[in-house]
Design a protein around this ligand. Structure first.
Ligand SMILES: Cc1nc(-c2ccccc2Cl)n(NC(=O)c2ccc3c(c2C)OCCO3)c1C(C)C
Length: 262
């Protein structure tokens, strides 16, 4: 006999004018803790910058001081990202090897989010640390040619969306707790943790932005996570290109970004 299609109307999804459920107190506490840690680990301290200046990054002092400055700031920023991650609820309960898997995979993505937070639209520059602002062209000449336009386009987009501190912190947490990173042993635990931050982001955006822009905004914010994947992959590609030049990345970055030295 022919197949019978059930075309009766499905129960209506959320009506546009449906009152927005308030954030739970747990979600409010989660978000204020995230924003607090985001601030605490936002910038390397003067002492950190001084410490890293002293360490000669590469034995053969690569003649490119700008490239060295970027690599040194990146080392300090990666250290801050690790400190931020360690304070996320549930991170400490994961297997140590899964913690490392997550940090290796998210570090370049969270770096991009941090670059966007340091972006200044007026001067179209990124102020890394409390030091020298990098304009797009300076970024290009620092040896990061192809990536500069993409990085600055990402920064301008985040600026245009007026992503606030809570949304940045929640996006960082969702990038950290990505269950589809390769070689995760307990991906289901990471998935459960990411859901906590996704629900908090959804409740936050629903309560902050007028209802009609909620679905647009949450869609744009989740799209940022996809963009971060692309940027992170391009960072890996950049690492390999650097391998082919006379420049050398510090061991920490080669290790965390899985760049197998030739
Ligand atoms: C030491 C160092 N520090 C960075 C970095 C600097 C700022 C933000 C994020 C990153 Cl990952 N990068 N990566 C980039 O600067 C980078 C690489 C590729 C990109 C990109 C950036 C920022 O952004 C756009 C997509 O492609 C590097 C190396 C690898 C040079």
């Amino acid at each position: 006999g022919c197949i019978s299609l059930n075309l009766s109307p499905v129960p209506q999804p959320i009506k546009p004018n449906m009152p927005v459920p308030p954030m739970t107190s747990d979600q409010e506490e989660l978000i204020s803790a995230l924003v607090h840690y985001q601030e605490e680990f936002e910038q390397p301290s003067e002492a950190d910058i001084k410490r890293i200046q002293e360490i000669g990054i590469t034995d053969d002092d690569s003649e490119d001081p700008k490239f060295e400055h970027i690599t040194k700031m990146t080392i300090l920023t990666v250290e801050l990202i690790i400190e931020f991650s360690k304070r996320l609820t549930g991170f400490g309960d994961l297997l140590r090897e899964d913690q490392i898997t997550l940090l290796k995979a998210c570090s370049s993505e969270v770096m991009m989010l941090r670059a966007a937070r340091r972006y200044d639209a007026k001067t179209n520059s990124i102020v890394f640390g409390n030091s020298y602002p990098y304009t797009e062209s300076e970024y290009e000449t620092a040896g990061l040619g192809f990536s500069a336009p993409m990085l600055f386009r990402f920064c301008r987009n985040m600026c245009r969306m007026k992503v606030d501190n809570a949304e940045y912190a929640l996006l960082a947490a969702m990038s950290i707790f990505s269950a589809d990173r390769p070689f995760l042993r307990e991906a289901y635990k990471v998935q459960k943790l990411q859901e906590i931050y996704l629900n908090a982001l959804s409740a936050y955006v629903a309560n902050k932005r007028a209802m009609n822009s909620f679905s647009i905004m949450i869609g744009k914010l989740l799209n940022v996570l996809t963009e971060l994947r692309t940027l992170g992959n391009l960072n890996s590609e950049m690492c390999y290109r650097i391998q082919l030049t006379d420049k050398r990345l510090p061991d920490l970055l080669n290790e965390i970004w899985d760049v197998t030295p030739k």
